[in-house]
Design a protein around this ligand. Structure first.
Ligand code: HEM
Length: 299
């Protein structure tokens, strides 16, 4: 199937599974805007990449969200989240980062993902049939079921790139990476949990101190799968604490500037390149369909 037809089909399946909240994202529907700065940390990363992210302070318009298409998702129950950032570097290069709190993807290819979403739209038995032939989905399910399910706020969660990217140095040499944004300090539940308390909780944590994440970059070992987001990289790796995203303010989507942004993970600054992971192209196509649809639904 061609990539665009697959993207259309995946998008349609999302709408069948989650329904449509007019004018809103079809996945990661509930969320709010955050703004702040991205600051370079360990200069060791500059041996691998010429990205302006690692030489000066950049500005960020970000969005935190609940995974899934439910605009009424509960803040007071454990869930998986997303963290998206549009980073503008000092030389006006734009770099998008878009992650979630899962550790790896449930399937290996965009076509498998569309098939899984279609099965979810069809019903439990269709999902069971898909699962029976998908060792990746079964591994994903059992791994994530075993994770700690205690409630944590957006600012207390670790977000992962899932897909692989390349760093590019000044000679053009490419190094495969994955990365995570890990919370700096303890950001816990500061208020009595209610269905919609996450924005207030972050504002309370901002007032009490710093809300920030470190960008920890994992350098691939030889043989690590770059093109398959369903396979975690195992064993010891070189990790570089390359930068820090410091949040300075948080606000609703209505008050903020994140709502119209297309967080397309293939929009990268100089010094980065997308990997051969085909999920990246699929995400780029699907998010373009999404932003067009939801913006056209606004008055
Ligand atoms: C082929 C696989 C995927 C599909 C089909 C898909 C689908 C979607 C769709 C339809 C949206 C809404 C876009 C919009 O209306 O603007 C979305 C948003 C999002 N996706 Fe994906 N996604 C995929 C993979 C991933 C992966 C691997 C991650 C994390 C690493 C991820 C993280 C997010 C986040 C955080 C958002 C919300 C961004 C924001 O706040 O605007 N997605 N996705």
């Amino acid at each position: 199937e061609d990539p665009l037809a697959n993207a259309e089909s995946a998008f349609a399946a999302f709408q069948d599974v989650f329904g449509v909240t007019k004018g809103k994202r079809r996945n990661h529907t509930k969320g709010y805007c955050i703004e702040g700065e991205f600051q370079p940390l360990d200069a060791a990363i500059r041996d691998f990449s010429v990205s302006p992210l690692f030489t000066g302070t950049s500005t960020v318009i970000g969005r935190v969200s609940h995974k899934g298409g439910n605009n009424e998702a509960s803040d007071d129950k454990f869930g998986h989240y997303g963290l998206a950032m549009e980073i503008t570097t000092p030389d006006d290069d734009v770099h998008i980062i878009n992650m979630n709190t899962e550790h790896f993807f449930p399937v290996a290819t965009p076509e498998d993902f569309t098939e899984l979403m279609r099965a979810k739209a069809t019903g439990k038995e269709a999902v069971a049939r898909f699962s029976a032939k998908s060792p990746e989905l079964r591994a994903h399910k059992s791994y994530h079921a075993a994770l700690d399910k205690s409630l944590r706020p957006y600012e207390g969660a670790t977000y992962n790139s899932i897909n692989s990217f390349y760093l590019v140095d000044q000679t053009g040499k490419k190094t495969a990476i994955r990365f995570s944004f890990m919370p700096v300090g303890e950001h816990e539940i500061a208020l009595d949990p209610t269905k919609d308390f996450f924005l207030q909780n972050m504002l309370a944590n901002l007032q009490a101190g710093e809300v920030a994440w470190n960008m920890v970059i994992t350098i691939a070992n030889p043989g690590d799968p770059v093109n398959n987001p369903a396979v975690p990289w195992k064993g010891d790796h070189k990790r570089i604490n390359a930068g820090k995203f410091v949040v300075t303010s948080a606000m609703t989507e209505t008050d903020g500037r994140c709502d119209a942004i297309n967080y397309d993970p293939t929009v990268l600054s100089q010094g980065f390149e997308p990997s051969e992971d085909r999920m990246l192209e699929a995400r780029s196509l699907i998010y373009a369909i999404g932003v067009g649809k939801r913006l056209s639904e606004k008055e």
